[in-house]
Design a protein around this ligand. Structure first.
Ligand code: ADP
Ligand code: ASP
Ligand code: MG
Length: 454
C-alpha cells in the first residue's frame, strides 16, 4: 500500500499542527510519500515581496527566517536543533541568492514564491526524525518533478516526472524512509522552478501519486472534506461523502478552492482514489473521490463560484455563418494562453468568458486581427460564474427552470448560461455583487431545503 499525503498551509502552519500532521503520517499503514505547502501566510508574504518595486532583501530574509525559526524552536532542542539548523542555514543561503537574483528573469517570481515549501518540508521532516522515524526532505528538483508552460501557471510534465521520481523517490521508500517533498512547483527545461498557480500543492500531490501509481492520494486540509459550498460564504454546508472524478474536477475548475483546478486529472489517469480529509479532525471520514459513486437524493450536490471574470462580446453581421472567423478569433485568444471559461454565440455575436486580468491582452490580440468585419467589441467586467453540480442535472425535466426560478428570487440578472457541456453541471454568469446571495439561495433551497438532501 502506497499513500501520497498532501498537507496544506494551515496543516503545517504551527508547531501544534505540525505535530498532529506527523502523528497522522506515522499512524498511516504502508509506504507513504508526503507533499507539503508552505506554512500559511508564507506564500502571500513572498508574493508581496516579489511584486514590490523595491525589495528590502535583508528585511525579507529576516522576517522569513524568524517565522520559521520560531516554529523550529518550539519543536526541537539540543542535537535536534543543531541538525536542523545546519540544513536550514544552507537553504537560507540559497533563498537569499534567489531573492537577490535577476528580477527580469521571467521565472524570478516563480523561484521566490515557491521558496516557502523548502522550509515547511524541512521542518516536517525533522519533526518525523525527532519521533524516531527515518525521513528525507526533498525539493521538487531532488524528487524529480518536471514542469512546463508559462511563468506562474505551469503544468507537470507527467512523462518525465514519472521516470525521474521512480529513480529518485522509490529507493528512499525502499530504505524505509518517508520522503517529504515540496509542493507548488516543478523544474522546467531551463532547470528553473516553475509554479503551478496558487494552491498548486494539491496538483503536486496528484502528480506525485500519478508517477508512483499510488493506491490513494490524500489531501489533508482545514475543512471536513469537499463540502456542498464554500464554508466561508455558506455557514451550513454539508460534507459530501462520495463524488466522482468529473464532479470534483468541474467544481474545482469553477472555483471550489479546496482542490487546485488541475488536481483530479493526474489521479483519474491512473484510477487513484482521492480522499479529502481534515487534519484537525482525522477521525472524520472526509470525502472520497473516485470513478463511481452511489446515487444521491436531492437536486444539488455542490455549488461553486468563480469570481473576477469578464464577458467580451464581439459583434459582426452573421458571424454564425462564418466559422472560419470564429476560429481565427479563438486562435488569437489562445496565443496568449488565456483560459476561456465559457463561449456563447448568436447570429451576430460571439461572447467569451475570461478572467478580468486577461481582458487587456485579449483586446490587444483582437485588435491585431485587423478584421474589418468586426463591428463592435463590448466588455462587461466583474461578473462571476456559478457552477451547480448534481445528479443528472440536465436530464431531469424542469431542473433549469427551478434553479433559475431561485436565482430570480435573489433579484439578479443571468448574463450568460452554459449547460450541457458536462451532464452533471449547470453553469451561469451573474454580476459579482450578487454572487454570494445567489450561491446562498441555491444552497438553502436545493441542498438544505425541501428539494435537497435533508
Ligand atoms: P490548504 O492550505 O489546505 O490547501 P485551502 O485554503 O487552499 O487549504 O483550501 C481549503 C479551503 O477551501 C477551505 O478552508 C474552504 O474555505 C475553501 N473551500 C472553497 N470551496 C470549498 C468546498 N466546496 N469544500 C470545502 N472547502 C472549500
Ligand atoms: N503555498 C502555495 C500557495 O499558497 C501552494 C499551495 O498552498 O498549495 O499558493
Ligand atoms: Mg490549497
Amino acid at each position: 500500500m502506497l499513500t501520497v499525503m498532501k498537507f496544506g498551509g494551515t496543516s503545517v502552519g504551527s508547531p501544534e499542527s505540525l505535530k498532529s500532521v506527523a502523528e497522522i503520517i506515522v499512524s498511516t499503514e504502508g509506504q507513504k510519500v508526503v507533499v507539503v505547502s508552505a506554512m500559511s501566510g508564507v506564500t502571500n508574504f513572498l508574493v508581496e515581496a516579489a511584486d514590490s518595486d523595491k525589495i528590502d532583501c535583508k528585511q525579507v530574509i529576516e522576517t522569513f527566517s524568524r517565522k520559521h525559526l520560531a516554529v523550529a524552536e518550539a519543536l526541537f532542542d539540543g542535537e535536534q536543533m543543531k541538525a536542523f539548523l545546519e540544513e536550514f542555514d544552507a537553504r537560507i543561503v540559497s533563498f537569499e541568492k534567489t531573492l537577490r537574483g535577476d528580477r527580469k528573469d521571467p521565472f524570478y517570481k516563480d523561484a521566490v514564491t515557491s521558496s516557502g515549501e523548502r522550509f515547511s518540508s524541512l521542518i516536517l521532516s525533522h519533526v518525523l526524525k525527532s519521533m524516531g522515524q527515518k525521513s528525507v526532505a526533498l525539493t521538487s528538483a531532488a524528487a524529480g518533478i518536471h514542469s512546463d508552460g508559462v511563468p506562474l501557471n505551469g503544468f507537470a510534465d507527467l512523462k518525465r516526472t514519472d521516470a525521474d521520481i521512480n529513480m529518485k523517490v522509490r529507493p528512499i521508500l525502499e530504505q524505509g524512509a518517508i520522503p517529504i517533498i515540496t509542493g507548488f512547483y516543478g523544474m522546467n527545461d531551463l532547470g528553473k522552478p516553475l509554479t503551478f498557480g496558487r494552491g498548486g500543492s494539491d496538483y503536486s500531490g496528484a502528480v506525485v501519486a500519478n508517477a508512483l501509481t499510488a493506491d490513494e492520494l490524500q489531501i489533508w486540509t482545514d475543512v471536513d472534506g469537499f463540502m456542498s459550498a464554500d464554508p466561508r460564504i455558506v455557514p451550513d454546508t454539508i460534507r459530501i461523502d462520495e463524488m466522482n472524478y468529473g464532479e470534483a474536477a468541474e467544481l474545482a475548475y469553477f472555483g471550489a478552492k479546496v482542490l487546485h483546478p488541475r488536481t483530479i486529472e493526474p489521479a483519474r489517469q491512473r484510477h487513484i482514489p482521492v480522499r479529502v480529509k481534515n487534519t484537525f479532525k482525522p477521525e472524520s471520514p472526509g470525502t472520497l473521490i473516485h470513478h463511481l459513486r452511489g446515487p444521491k437524493n436531492g437536486l444539488l450536490m455542490s455549488v461553486a463560484a468563480k469570481t473576477d471574470l469578464s464577458i467580451i462580446t464581439i459583434s459582426s453581421a452573421e458571424i454564425a455563418y462564418r466559422p472560419a472567423m470564429v476560429a481565427r478569433i479563438i486562435e488569437k485568444i489562445a496565443e496568449k494562453n488565456v483560459i476561456i471559461y465559457s463561449i456563447s454565440t448568436s447570429l451576430s455575436t460571439v461572447a467569451f468568458l475570461l478572467h478580468n486580468n486577461d481582458v487587456q491582452h485579449t483586446l490587444n490580440q483582437l485588435n491585431s486581427l485587423a478584421d474589418t468585419d468586426i463591428e463592435k467589441i463590448n466588455v462587461k467586467s466583474d461578473v462571476a460564474l456559478v457552477c451547480c453540480v448534481g445528479d443528472d442535472l440536465l436530464d431531469k425535466c424542469g431542473v433549469s427552470g427551478d434553479i433559475f426560478g431561485a436565482v430570480k428570487e435573489v433579484g439578479t440578472n443571468v448574463e450568460m448560461i452554459s449547460e450541457g457541456a458536462s451532464d452533471s453541471s449547470l453553469n451561469f454568469v451573474v454580476p459579482m455583487e450578487t454572487v454570494v446571495s445567489t450561491v446562498r439561495a441555491l444552497h438553502a433551497k436545493f441542498v438544505r431545503g425541501k428539494n435537497g438532501r435533508l
